[in-house]
Design a protein around this ligand. Structure first.
Ligand code: HEM
Length: 404
């Protein structure tokens, strides 16, 4: 396996025209002084993986124990459920260790975040689905990892599993014994650890990767910014149209993501303590690294087609334009999303008017209100129905890569 540094490969890639000529990433300089840990150190999160979990998954995969674990996990779904019996003892010991909220988790903030999620649910479904989900396809490492892992071959099932994560995070009792999110997080963390062992064995992935081991702490931070940081920024923008969001709600929403990152195995020294710190980190790790890849273009088309396979009362052209509107035309061009100027005109005028009427800041119901409402509610239903699958799709640990 080639041990090329990420920076040298990206520079080379840009020079050869293999990746978009985005700014060469700087060496990591984000100080942990502004992190949850509050320690003034500078450690490169792109060289940090998951020491607690990765060796365990190597052992489970090498001993062919993952299919039995997936089977046993079927009965383990709520945070308050006892651990399934019959798991390999080292997995039971691990789960007993990690199956707890961090000491700094604040139940008051988590409750506030839950109420906020409920109030904002329609906007959140839209932003996660047509914004963050599509943005993930222009994060080169994520696109390539997702494409070449086992789940990349069946994006419908994969999207449904990702919906499970989003759905479980957004329920009022996400972090309580009756909720599902902690269990879903543990399964996701184990899945990521399996991918770290499996993908380096994929010749197809090796041929396109810029780093020998996938899903570092730094990579997870990038994805967080494409979710939480991006969504909060859009909601703030939409305050201009009448959306209400208090500082306490914004902080609670960040706190929810801080706990979520912790549960995914991100070290506290990398988790931003404030939105100012998160914005700074995002400018640093997300924005300059966005670029198109062959895999990402393919994935975006699959994801958008999944969404437009249900009747949202709008045309495919409108839905693609909405994604452009949420993300930028540059990203839309990278992903070769078709232009639809008429829809764009309707969106630019109609969306602000929709928010204003919905939030009660304008008494005038715009002519396009019903169309937008059907669109937003249709997306929400798609999400709530878990990608039109009748049941929650359980997250399962992969045992192989996409055949390539
Ligand atoms: C699997 C969420 C970051 C790559 C999953 C799954 C969830 C998830 C819910 C399980 C569902 C499934 O199997 O599809 C998240 C969240 C992240 C994050 C919330 C950060 C906040 C990343 C990053 C990468 C990545 C940074 C790569 C750079 C993958 C891959 C799988 C996976 C390859 C396995 C798909 C398979 O089964 O083959 N992730 N993820 N994830 N994730 Fe992540």
């Amino acid at each position: 396996m080639q041990n090329l540094s990420r920076r040298s490969v990206l520079t080379l890639g840009a020079a050869l025209g293999l990746v978009a000529a985005t700014e060469t990433p700087k060496a990591w300089a984000w100080s942990s002084a502004n992190s949850i840990a509050g320690t003034d150190t500078v450690t490169d999160p792109w060289e940090v993986w998951d020491d607690d979990t990765d060796p365990l998954l190597v052992s489970l995969l090498d001993n062919n124990q993952v299919p039995a674990v997936n089977e046993a996990f079927k009965s383990w779904s709520r945070n308050g459920d006892p651990l399934p019996s019959g798991l390999p003892p080292e997995l039971t010991a691990y789960l007993n260790r990690v199956n707890t909220l961090p000491s700094w988790a604040d139940p008051v903030k988590l409750d506030r975040a839950a109420k906020f999620n409920k109030r904002m649910s329609m906007y959140l479904f839209l932003l996660y689905g047509l914004g963050s989900g599509i943005m993930s396809t222009v994060i080169p490492r994520e696109a390539r990892n997702v494409y070449w892992s086992e789940g990349g071959a069946d994006m419908k099932a994969r999207a449904a599993k990702t919906f499970t994560y989003g759905y479980d995070l957004n329920t009022p009792d996400a972090f309580k014994p009756t909720g599902y999110f902690m269990v879903t997080s543990h399964k996701t963390r184990l899945t990521h650890a399996a991918v770290r062992h499996l993908l380096p064995q994929s010749p197809a992935w090796q041929a396109v990767t810029d780093h020998p081991i996938p899903i570092s702490n730094g990579d997870i931070l990038i994805t967080f910014h494409s979710l939480g940081t991006y969504v909060r920024r859009k909601l703030r923008e939409w305050r201009n149209y009448g959306l209400r969001m208090s500082t306490a709600e914004e902080e609670a929403y960040l706190h929810m993501w801080q706990v979520a990152l912790h549960l995914l195995g991100v070290r506290d020294e990398f988790i931003p303590a404030t939105w100012a710190a998160a914005d700074e980190q995002s400018e640093y790790v997300l924005t300059p690294l966005l670029a198109p890849t062959r895999e990402g273009i393919d994935l975006a088309d699959i994801l958008l087609s999944l969404t437009s396979s249900v009747d949202l009362g709008v045309t495919k052209g409108f839905q693609r334009e909405f994604s452009r509107y949420l993300l930028s035309d540059q990203i839309g061009d990278w992903l070769r999303l078709p232009r639809h100027p008429v829809s764009r005109g309707v969106i630019e005028v109609g969306w602000p008017a929709y928010i204003a009427f919905r939030e009660g800041t304008s008494p005038i119901m715009p002519g396009t209100f019903t169309m937008f409402d059907r669109f937003v509610r249709g997306l929400a239903m798609l999400f709530l129905n878990n990608g039109s699958s009748p049941t929650q799709t359980p997250i399962t640990i992969p045992t192989r890569n996409r055949p390539g």
